[in-house]
Design a protein. Structure first.
Length: 119
């Protein structure tokens, strides 16, 4: 059974920084694309950033230049470095990964980690 576990969320002042981590564990043969999504109260879940297994990245326009996604394939871990945080970045952040495991290839989701940007 594959599990994704996020960490690193918390309360930060506007202009501050946070680093989110997501570790995939279980009978993993290979991780393909990995991504971060977020969902603010009353809003739909939105894509924040993606990273392919080879390292190609894509970002939502709202976070370009402020957020950086990276991964460590050996550790099956994806990171999201968030800088110059704004109150609009407040949301639950979810990790997503396309993983080939003992039971086949499918998408997995983490349980989410809360990021609150407030003074």
């Amino acid at each position: 059974q594959v599990q994704l576990v996020e960490s690193g969320g918390g309360l930060v002042q506007p202009g501050g920084s946070l680093r989110l981590s997501c570790v995939a564990s279980g009978n993993i043969f290979r991780s393909y694309s990995m991504a971060w999504y977020r969902q603010a109260p009353g809003k739909q879940r939105e894509l924040v950033a993606t990273i392919a297994s080879g390292g190609t990245t894509n970002y939502a326009d709202s976070v370009k230049g402020r957020f950086t996604i990276s991964r460590d394939n050996a550790k099956n871990t994806v990171y999201l470095q968030m800088s110059s945080l704004k109150p609009d970045d407040t949301a639950a952040y979810y990790c997503n990964a396309d993983i080939l495991s003992l039971t086949g290839r499918r998408d997995y989701w983490g349980q989410g980690t809360q990021v609150t940007v407030s003074s």
